[in-house]
Design a protein around this ligand. Structure first.
Ligand code: GLN
Ligand code: ZN
Length: 759
């Protein structure tokens, strides 16, 4: 009578089978029926995994060929006009990926995860109509295997909340139009079987409480829950607490709520209400977003405190969110340090945790089979070992953390920039790039061959140096002011540093879906971070030795390194970030000692770490800014610190950006024009700024006149003394044949502007 629940399961496949077949299909190398076959095999395999683990509530419709928000658009018939000629898979993939005639729909991050969904495009003219085929088919498929699934849906309020109105209206205002489609869907589901559970995901409720959103909940869920007596609706939220929404939901005839107690511990406050209204509670206690083995004893305590309010018959044990956000299975992680591996748990292993926890909680240790008891014993042992392991706990790091006496640079910006301008001697509108140059097939091949031991260090270095020389020759010829070495040695801006830091681990098969068929393999921080030796100094000093111009050293900042990794859960993120900051600080010391005069510390993911709830933002900003400053605190006043961020909307965070105290910040702006730049002027921002003057995300080569116009627009907002001229972001995804003329045009444009300014 154990009772447990998995919010959703990854669909990409344990060997990324879905990715592989989709890409074959897109390349025209196999018919769509093969995609369908693979999808069917995967669904069956994934259900079986859950069934074998003893999961009671397994989902259907958590599968998707691309994205579940996109599936919801199809379900609702919310098809943008430009695709209306198309049908079936052609329509589906055109919406996701575009065709030569119709641009793809936009894509953006799913809350604060690294999963990206397809943003619905809605307008008042849409005619919504139910298409329930996928949902019914998957339910029947599972049923024919003897599994009665719960059916997962994305809720109407979340769907609208995350969509975009192309006619300028308000998305949520369309609720009255889509609710009838949801009602029709539920009516159809009710005909399939009696007592079907429908999990309706409303993670939008976990964001800041918005009176508008709250006012929609009761009318919507009153209607949905009234469609059929025989359907049990569970509203599911995750990534934060959703207390305000729960307060409303308990007054609707829904069956229960699924809440995240890992990332939304505050949900505890809703328990008395949930109990008073006799709603079921699915307690999400196994982390669906991180890769650490659950500490079952701690979780049992948590369940005990939940159980003080919620009667056993109304309680279930679940994952905190869909397991989509963690890698599939540890089965293929054979080259990991066995001790480290024993601390991890991917999606398949989390199934066992949920199942065991529910058994332990509801039936007690006596009810366990010998095999299960052994698993529990392992769990205790592994968690114990993790607490004490010397792989994790480094006294030297802790000592250093406790004796930090300098948190920021000497002198303030105004004093520093005077030294820098004298020493660096650049004029107005200095030109530079963001760091990387095109990663050619040869460069990638050389890195791969070196990694696999096919070429020795000497030939590898020779190859990289040849590339660096090529980059420098081009930049000098082109007339750029501040040069970069091109980053050929880096596969990825986080992994490159992670690989050289103590305390960082890497998986062989830890793929997580990022969007569509695209997966990433985030590194993970398991222990105290330190830097055994310099990470970039030899490359940068080599590059500097090849030119008389200034060579900029390139590093990734602590907050970005943290935000793009799985992070240990036995220390606050703010402490981990501090450790990384110290490692970067040492690197900066070494770079300046080696004669490097400008150092860029990229914080591409600074904004990604922002909490979902406003009340938690100040705490994040406090340590994120603190640790950026700590990382650059070793830089002498005359050393110029740059940073780079890949976005442009700084309206809410301009004071925070200013507080990071970088001498120069380069940002993305070319797509948004100077509208968003005004904030730099209005707020009296003083540091130097390099707003990207052309879009590197497109292969298009910008004309000189275009860039001239762009720079003039910038000059309307910011004084020439404050401006740097650079592209939007790194150039590694572009081709040389695009990069060369683009940068040449950029330099020409600056020349024209300077001449005009002189007149
Ligand atoms: N220096 C890095 C590069 O060019 C920055 C990349 C980024 O911000 N995403 O490529
Ligand atoms: Zn960028």
């Amino acid at each position: 009578m154990s009772k447990n629940w998995i919010v959703g399961f990854p669909r990409i496949g344990e060997q990324r089978e879905l990715k592989k077949i989709l890409e074959l299909f897109w390349a025209g190398s196999c018919p769509f029926t093969e995609v369908e076959n693979t999808a069917k095999i995967l669904r069956e395999r994934h259900w079986k995994y859950q069934q074998n683990a003893g999961i009671d509530h397994i989902s259907s419709n958590d599968f998707s060929l691309y994205d579940t928000m996109l599936d919801t658009s199809i379900m609702l018939g919310a098809i943008p006009r430009r695709f209306r000629e198309l049908q079936d898979e052609a329509l589906y993939f055109a919406m996701a990926r575009g065709t030569k005639d119709a641009a793809a729909m936009g894509m953006t991050k799913w809350f604060n995860t690294n999963y990206h969904y397809i943003v619905p495009e809605l307008s008042d003219e849409d005619n919504y109509a139910l298409n329930a085929d996928k949902i019914i088919q998957e339910y029947q498929e599972a049923k024919s295997l003897g599994i009665k699934t719960k059916i997962n849906l994305i809720g109407p309020i979340t769907y609208l909340g995350l969509s975009r109105r192309i006619d300028g209206g308000e998305s949520l205002a369309l609720l009255h139009k889509i609710l009838p489609v949801y009602e029709a869907l539920l009516a159809k589901i009710a005909t399939l079987d009696s007592g079907i559970i429908v999990q309706i995901d409303e993670p939008y409720f976990a964001k800041d409480a918005d009176p508008k959103v709250l006012s929609l909940i009761k009318p919507a869920y009153d209607r949905l829950a009234k469609v059929s007596e025989s359907i049990h609706i569970v509203v599911s939220t995750y990534f934060e607490h959703s207390n305000e929404a729960t307060k409303v939901l308990v007054h609707t005839p829904i069956w229960g709520v699924a809440l995240d107690f890992v990332h939304g511990a505050e949900n505890i406050a809703s328990l008395p209400l949930i109990a008073a209204h006799k709603k079921k509670l699915i307690a999400g206690v196994v982390d669906g977003r991180n890769i650490w083995k659950n500490d079952m004893d701690t979780t049992l305590h948590l369940l005990d405190s939940i159980g003080k309010e919620i009667a056993s018959e109304d309680l279930m044990v679940g994952s905190s969110c869909s397991l989509l956000h963690v890698p599939f299975t540890l089965k293929y992680e054979n080259s990991m340090h066995p001790e480290i591996r024993s601390w991890l748990s991917y999606a398949v292993e989390k199934l066992d945790e949920v199942s065991l926890l529910s058994k332990l909680y509801f039936e007690g240790e006596e009810a366990l089979s010998a095999e299960e008891a052994k698993q529990v014993g392992h769990n205790r042992h592994d968690n114990q070992s993790r607490k004490a392991s010397s792989l994790i706990h480094d006294k030297a790091v802790q000592k250093r953390i406790n004796s930090i006496d300098r948190w920021e640079r000497d002198l303030d910006f105004e004093a520093r920039i005077k030294h820098q301008r004298v020493k660096l001697g650049y004029g107005i509108l200095p030109t530079t790039t963001i760091g990387s140059f095109p990663q050619t097939a040869e460069v990638r091949q050389a890195r791969r061959a070196y990694k696999h031991g096919e070429i020795d260090q000497e030939s590898y270095e020779a190859e990289m140096k040849y590339y660096i020389d090529t980059c420098i020759a081009f930049q000098e010829e082109c007339g750029l002011d501040v040069l970069v070495h091109g980053e050929p040695e880096r596969n990825d801006m986080v992994e490159y540093f992670g690989e050289q830091l103590q305390g960082y681990g890497f998986s062989q098969n830890g793929w997580v879906q990022s969007y569509g068929s695209r997966c990433v393999k985030p590194p993970f921080i398991y222990g105290d971070i330190s830097r055994p030796k310099p990470m970039t100094v030899s490359w940068i000093t080599y590059a500097q030795s090849r030119t008389d111009k200034i060579m900029k050293g390139m590093l990734t900042g602590p907050v970005t390194i943290l935000n793009w990794s799985f992070v240990r859960d036995d220390l606050p993120r703010s402490e981990v970030s501090k450790q990384i900051a110290l490692a970067i600080k040492d690197e900066i010391s070494d770079l300046q000692d080696a004669g490097i005069q400008i150092i860029q510390v990229d914080e591409a993911a600074f904004k990604e770490g922002y909490p979902l709830r406003t009340e938690k933002i100040p705490a994040y900003e406090q340590w994120a800014v603190r640790d950026f400053k700590l990382a650059v605190s070793s830089a002498l006043p005359e050393i110029q610190i740059h940073t780079h961020m890949c976005y442009s909307d700084f309206n809410d965070i301009i004071r925070t950006i200013e507080a990071m105290d970088a001498d120069v910040i380069s940002i993305e702006t070319s797509r948004s024009g100077n509208r968003l730049l005004k904030i730099f002027k209005e707020s009296g921002y003083m540091q130097e700024v390099g707003p990207g003057v052309y879009d590197i995300h497109s292969p298009r080569i910008p004309e000189v006149e275009e860039i001239v116009t762009q720079i003039k627009k910038l000059l309307e907002v910011l004084p020439k003394e404050q401006l740097w001229i650079n592209p939007d972001c790194g150039l590694k995804t572009r081709k040389w044949k695009e990069v060369k003329p683009s940068l040449e045009n950029m330099v020409k444009a600056v020349k024209i502007i300077k001449e005009e300014l002189r007149e």
